[in-house]
Design a protein. Sequence first.
Length: 278
Amino acid sequence: MAIPKTARMEKNLGKKAVVNQLDISAPFQWLAKGISDFLACPTLAIFYGIVFTVVTYGSWSFLSMSSTFHDVSTPLLAIIILVLGPITAMSLYESSRKLSNGETPSLGNVIKAAFKTNGGCPSIFLSVILMVLAIGWMSFSPLIYAVFNTGSLNIVSEDQTVIQSILAEITSGQNMGFVITYAIFTGVLAWIAFMISWFSFPMVLDRDVDPFTAALSSLSAAMKNKLVMIVWIPIVGAIILAAMALTYNFYFAGLIIVIPVIAHATWHAYKSMIADIK
């Protein structure tokens, strides 16, 4: 697939990022800056949070109630989030960039600037890469389950979806071979997806680089700062899970605040770790 290139993208083609090495306290600084940006421009942040939450909850409700998609509702929701989330977060990255430059962002000019600067294509291409990983996880999960349950009574029953059967197998702890193999498989895919997407989306906005340079730079930053990653990932996961759990009966309303804060924090993580492109 040919990727349209701007003049600035052509200039940066083939270059490598200069990555700073940070200490393990950095994630807490990013989170503090993310909260600060949220408070400095709450209208845009809440607007994005509402859009993300409505789409997420609406998609989950539709998929889980659909007779056609019910069996694969969880992985399909993951694909929707992987594609929609980073692209729509571009406006929040632009908001943080403007605030860092002493400018006052507004809802209209930030959304317009984000898509004008990005051109849409690089971020969509990166989302496609993440979508392929999610489809791979969705496709191979039943195969792994079937391999470890061939000839047993634990094969999927008529009143269970594949995902429900996999979760039941994990929670029962009776088939540790499957649990360990599936955990490694899921963990590797999640690790790859995170390393590719961590800074690639902010970079295509900030530097106008091609998606391959952005993805490789994100991988380089993650590999050089493994301990920081190990701290940051559980923080993000715990915050999102807590927000969803605490507002489960209120349509996951906690995500309206949590997701924008994390998006703002991601911008500051990118700026502190990627020094330059040479």
